[in-house]
Write a protein that binds this ligand. Structure first.
Ligand code: GRF
Length: 244
């Protein structure tokens, strides 16, 4: 890990994994992390880096009293790395960050950088697949299930090892916006679950549904409702076949 672990908790001796969040937008996932990473949680958000001045993510960080850093040049890996290591960041979380992470940062934080994507990878990911486009593609494909994926970041967009997914059913009549809203609500639970599990283990770990309290409590969310009416199967009476 880079940097030293922070000790807090009024003498309880708790150590927290130091989390740095990169964001470009409204920061609702950041907010979910800020809410989940309050003492005595095993993780603490220590830095929010954003490439968009005045983005909601920056406001949320300020409101929570978390240090912010403006990414003036997203291609400047040395500057980003200096900001992350300077804040003692152990785990980097991409929460709606829309720029490519420079290769030197990916290498330095290999196995310690995660991203959340609003669809079930490896489908509906890759360059250019972000925001509304993801949900449009899911609906255009006729997929019956979508849902967020949290994965390790590698040099390729949306291709790193998957850590956790949670299914969200596509409903008849869904629009990209209605689907986005339901997937986002699940993101707000899945991302903190992965970060807290990483903090407890000391490194990112895979969450299977059976091991995740979130998954168990939300299991009934999955309901398979046929969109196309099913024609009842009538048993064939063999004696009636070939009768004129
Ligand atoms: C989320 O849907 C996330 O999966 C994607 O970007 C969106 C960010 O939303 N990578 P927010 O800024 O956290 O509200």
């Amino acid at each position: 890990m880079t940097g030293g672990a922070l000790t807090y908790g009024e003498g309880l001796g708790n150590t927290a994994m130091r989390v740095g969040v990169l964001a470009s937008g409204s920061g609702s996932n950041l907010q979910a992390l800020l809410d989940a990473c309050r003492p005595p949680a095993p993780a603490e958000v220590v830095l929010v880096a954003c490439n968009v001045a005045g983005a909601g993510a920056v406001e949320r960080a300020r409101a929570a009293g978390v240090a912010t850093w403006h990414i003036a040049d997203p291609a400047d890996g040395a500057a980003l790395l200096a900001a992350l290591t300077g804040a003692g960041v152990d785990l980097v979380v991409l929460a709606g960050y829309l720029k490519l992470i420079p290769a030197d940062v990916v290498t330095a934080y290999s196995g310690r950088m995660i991203n959340i994507h609003p669809a079930l990878l490896p489908s509906f990911g890759g360059k250019g697949m972000y925001g509304r486009r993801v949900h449009e593609a899911v609906l255009a494909a006729g997929a019956t299930v979508s849902g967020p994926t949290v994965h390790l970041v590698t040099a390729e967009y949306d291709r790193g090892p998957i850590l956790a997914q949670w299914p969200v059913p596509v409903r008849a009549g869904d629009t990209p916006e209605t689907l986005r809203v339901r997937v986002l609500a699940v993101e707000h639970q899945l991302l903190p679950a992965v970060v807290l599990a990483a903090a407890r283990a000391g490194h990112p770990v895979r969450l299977t549904p059976a091991e995740s309290g979130f998954a168990i409590t939300d299991a009934p969310v999955v309901s398979v409702v046929p969109v196309v009416p099913v024609v009842p199967v009538v048993p064939v009476d063999a004696t009636r076949l070939n009768r004129k």
